[in-house]
Design a binder for this molecule. Structure first.
Ligand code: AMP
Length: 432
């Protein structure tokens, strides 16, 4: 392969001459060792995906790779298999480092590494922010590292992790293999490519062949009394996204909005007990992005032009399975990606099974760190208490004045109580 003419350029991966030739490729044809071919087989990966066909042989030849591929394309296998293949040849500790924008993604990737490497006893860890470990964990270093993967590099850089990535690049060996995966090739990604990759080859999957699941659907099984705490955890964990949270009643929509506002989140309700003008007001604030969290009932959300949201949370499970599809359809629109997370309590199991039956698949669990969730309990309990007080005060005021139900029905007016909650806004952590 010819060397690139200038730094930052790359070689294109060779395309198969005929489509059928690619269709019949097996993992073994790509050069994957037998024990890993068996692992793929056990996972039900009957044949490699397009990005795997392109990237694996080049990675096995020792090339640095730029992979333009999205979640759902099989990109994790495209970098995990060559790494495991090489690890089998020269086993050692701290062999490969995978950087991801969020802990949740790190967790998914570690699961795939472990599934593929189960028969060879591969160990993975998702330690959170690596910089903290490099700076604070005595005796920890990455000087023996052989492989670096930067997954969803565009998101890593968009989340302002540039300095951290630079620091990591400085403490790992220059003599290593590097794989950079990104959905988009932004200027920042190109800059990173120049700094971190040597003579890379580009592998891109054309969307024509992709079976990309733009919508990632998850569920969380939790006792009903912890729903609020898990909601706050998720909002912190996925900070920076726009959310639509569905509740089953007007009352719960209002209560949850008050609770979140008491914790400093920019949440706004939208439900049938609000006047039309209030509802539109809420919607406009959400559309204008001055509020990032919209809480709604199914009824209120119908017939309104709600913009794209990044994450749909089914805080209360829908009683009609079809509403599930309607709700999650608020995200992953027009080719964009999105997530939905459905809360399933001890009372919701049957409804949830009906939903899975309707959509024809089993949903994965959304990964959470339960000890981190529990650390939020105290502040959430306090905010719940204030929210209840506000709801009660508001109800009495309404009764006295016999006002139009909608006119005061706005959490934004309830600042007095909210400010009493110590600390204001919940600390937002960067994705880990
Ligand atoms: P990823 O794009 O890496 O997030 O992978 C998306 C999903 O595709 C994961 O659930 C993988 O287990 C699955 N997958 C990866 N490679 C293959 C394959 N060759 N055949 C079938 N499924 C695969």
């Amino acid at each position: 392969m010819a060397a690139p003419e200038e730094p930052g350029s790359f070689t294109e991966a060779p395309q198969p001459a005929v489509e059928e030739e690619e269709e019949t490729k097996t993992f073994k044809d790509l050069g994957v060792t037998d024990v890993l071919c068996e692992a793929c087989d056990q996972l039900g990966w009957t044949k490699p995906t397009k990005i795997q066909v392109e990237a694996i042989p080049l990675a096995l030849q020792g090339r640095d790779i730029i992979g333009l591929a999205e979640t759902g394309s099989g990109k994790t296998g495209a970098f995990a298999l060559p790494i495991l293949n090489a690890l089998l040849e020269t086993p050692q500790r701290l062999f490969a480092l995978v950087l991801t924008p969020t802990r949740e993604l790190a967790f998914q990737i570690s699961e795939q590494f472990e599934a593929l490497g189960s028969s060879i006893g591969v160990q993975t860890a998702t330690p959170g922010r690596l910089i903290d470990h490099l700076e604070n964990t005595k005796g920890f270093n990455l000087r023996a590292l052989k492989y670096l993967v930067m997954d969803e590099a565009d998101r890593i850089l968009n989340m302002d992790f540039e300095t951290e990535v630079d620091k990591i690049l400085k403490v790992i060996p220059r003599d290593r293999k590097t794989f950079l995966f990104s959905a988009t090739m932004t200027k920042k990604v190109q800059k990173l490519q120049r700094a971190a990759l040597k003579n890379p080859v580009k592998c891109a999957v054309s969307s024509k062949y992709q079976t990309v699941e733009k919508l990632q659907q998850y569920y969380i099984f939790i006792p009903s009394k912890f729903k609020d705490t898990y909601l706050v955890y998720i909002l912190n964990e996925l900070a920076g996204n726009s959310f639509m949270i569905f509740c089953s009643t007007c009352n719960n929509t209002q209560r949850t909005a008050l609770l979140l506002r008491n914790l400093g989140f920019t949440a706004i309700p939208l439900h049938g007990q609000m006047s039309q003008s209030k509802r539109l007001g809420s919607l406009n604030k959400f559309k204008a992005k001055t509020r990032s969290i919209l809480l709604a009932t199914d009824v209120a959300s119908r017939g309104l032009d709600i913009p794209h949201v990044d994450v749909v949370v089914n805080f209360d499970i829908p009683t009609h399975s079809k509403d599930y599809i309607h709700r999650v359809g608020r995200t992953a629109r027009a080719g964009r990606s999105g997530k939905s997370i459905t809360f399933v309590t001890q009372y919701d199991v049957e409804l949830f099974q009906r939903i899975e039956h309707l959509i024809g698949k089993k949903l994965p669990v959304f990964p959470t760190q339960d000890d981190e969730v529990m650390m939020l309990t105290e502040r959430v309990t306090e905010a719940q208490r204030f929210a209840r007080m506000e709801l009660r005060e508001h109800g009495e005021k309404k009764k006295r004045a016999r006002e139009d139900a909608g006119d005061n029905d706005d959490t934004e007016g309830a600042m007095g109580v909210r400010n009493k909650v110590a600390g204001g806004k919940m600390k937002k952590r960067k994705g880990r």
